[in-house]
Design a binder for this molecule. Sequence first.
Ligand SMILES: N[C@@H](CCC[C@H](N)C(=O)O)C(=O)O
Length: 292
Amino acid sequence: MSTTLRFTKGHGTGNDFVLFSDPDGVINLTPDQIAAIADRHFGVGGDGVIRAVRSRHIADGAAALAEDDSAEWFMDYHNADGSVAEMCGNGIRVFARYLFENGLAELADGDTMAIGTRGGVRDLQRNLTGFQVDLGRWRLAGGEPLVRARNLKVGRPGLGIDVGNPHVVVALASDEELDTADLSYIPHLDPEPADGANVEFVVPADPMVKNGVGYIRMRVHERGSGETLSCGTGAAAAALAVRHWAGAGAPNQWSVQVPGGTVGVRMFPTEDGEHVSLSGPAELVFEGDLSV
Ligand SMILES: N[C@@H](CCC[C@H](N)C(=O)O)C(=O)O
C-alpha cells in the first residue's frame, strides 16, 4: 500500500535536497525508495534526501542526545543512491531553515540550535547570508591517497580530511584543469578508503590571500551522489587542505567558490581543539506530495 509524503525541495548553493518530516520516526524508506525520490528523471530529483525525525525516535539519535540533550531534531541524511551519510554541511543549513519555516523549531537571531547527525551534534546560528554551522573538530585522516580522475593525465596526491564525513582533497594546476576535469566518473583513489570518500578538486585564486581571507575554487565528486554544484563539508575540507599546504601564516578565514555559488569557512580554537565552521545560504524552493 502506498502512502503520500509531503515534501519540500531545498538547496544550499545548488546542492539540492528533498526534505520531509517524520517527527515520530514511523516512515522507514528503503534505499531503493530514497534513490527513486532523488532520481532526476523519474522522481523529485536531488543530491540527497533528508528526513527530519526527533532524535528520541531514531536509533542513531541516542548518541546525539547523550552528547547534547537539547538536540531535539536529527538530520537523517541519505545520498542520492540511497546510502547513509554522517553529515552534510549544505544539507544541515537547509534542514535548519526547513524546521524553522515549518514551525518545528525556533531560532532567534543570536540563538544556537543543536541538531543531531550521525557525525555528532552540530550547532547552528542564523547569519546575514543564511546559516552558520560549527562542523566541530576536524582531523587529518585517510592519509594521502593517489587520485585519478578520468581525464587527468597523471595521478595526483590527495589529502584525507575528516569533518564528520570523509574527504580527499586534490590540488589542480590551473583554472583550466579544474574547468575541464571530467567528474562524471567516480575518481579512483589508491589506496581506496574503506568507506569511500568525497573528492574535492581545488585551485587557489591569484592572489590566494586578500585582506586576510583565502580564496579558492572547488569542484567535487560526492560519495553516493556524483558531481554536485556544491558540498559544504567538502568546502571546509578543501580550505583546511589548502591552509595545510600553505603552511604557517595561512589565513583561518576562507571563501570557497563552487559551481553553485560561494560559501564561507572559518577555523577557530576551542577548548577541545580547533573547530571549523561553514556559512552560506539555505533556500526552500517548492513543496509537493509524492506517493511512496
Ligand atoms: N553535500 C554534502 C555532503 C553529503 C554527504 C556526502 N555525499 C557523503 O557521503 O559523505 C555537504 O554539503 O556537506
